[in-house]
Design a protein. Sequence first.
Length: 434
Amino acid sequence: MSNETRAKIVKAAPNRWLVFCILTLSGGIAFKLSSMKDMFYVPMQQFMGLSNTQIGGALSAYGIVQTIGLIAGIYICDMFSKKYMIGGSLIGLGAVGVYLSTFPGYWGFLAAFGVMAILGEVTYWPVLLKAIRLLGDEKTQGRMFGFLEMGRGIVDVIIASTALAIFKAMGEGAAALRGGLLFLSAVTAAAGVLCLIFVPNDEKRVDESGKEVNKAQAAFGGMMQALKSVDIWAVSLNGFTVYCIYCGLTYFIPFLNQIYFLPATAVGMYGIINQYGLKMVGGPIGGFMSDKVHKSSAKHIRSGFVVCIIAMVLFLMVPHEALGKSGSWILGAACTLGFGAIVFTMRAVFFAPMDEVRVPKEITGAAMSLASLVIYLPNAFAYVMYGSFLDRYPGMAGFRIVFMVMIGWAVVGVGVSTFLIHRIKKCQAGAGTE
């Protein structure tokens, strides 16, 4: 698709920034029910009668359904209008939340998490990415995805804090947990209604003779086109390497606790900054750097990999154990947060290169589903891998291995992103000759 055509589509989008804000709002709300353990882990055990194993089993089931579902998502995400996919998924998630508020038995709880995996990860998330991509042109993709990440972080904090406030205000009992879940259900469904009202329908696809294309056939064709696309695989693998490094950020918390003897109160504050603060800061910075400095999200990510390698090599040279014994934990916390900030600027824009490689807008849903499947695959192995290193090699030795593995992923990332940049140049050269 030519830049002129894309510009017309962007300008034609009704209330583009309003739609963007509503989509961002929904992105910060959509996964609060499936991540209810982050807010209500102990109350879930007390009032829903769930054990640690049962909660872990539900999360594992969620991951399995997500992985299998995203394979199907490559086909279905372009078959139906994004308006109804996004809005319907959110309303469905709200309904599941209402069901969870009845405190079902374990099998009902397990089934609810399976349904939330389909509605959240398969029919909502890739289609949200598709909608965000179609709202901007090539010059604004980095900022679009960057501000999406920042906005999600802000909404995330507000919604989670409000749910906890409701739980506390209602007495922290069973009724309070039910009230918190119903609040999350209501705001999720409300976001779905807003999306149904304001998110525009997909444009009808027509063939050369002007006849409307069969949606099932078009979706299947789009799926095959996405699977065969070297460019989509390059974008996906580029994000995959970023996510492998991102998973390693989790282990900065036990590192600071065990090596720097970080106080318990500081551990909690560090976790909040690491999870939410860096997302809010890294998103817009990553978007700005991609669009205004590097003029390419892929180039920004490659630069990020290089900085990660240099920063982590220098970090490994620091005498951490000696500093920890001297009580200099602030230095360790600052260094790890600085590294995390770099990774978050990369994470915010790893879907943005889809526009740089000229992925046809008609198969954006299939492309985003495939990319989501590949990019988030480290969830299935990275945490187990990193954790096993720490168990097998206690103390600084284990953390040193984890950090070296993160360097290794960054080196692989430099190679993948360089190949992606080569593909982008090839696509741009081809577009220039049209």
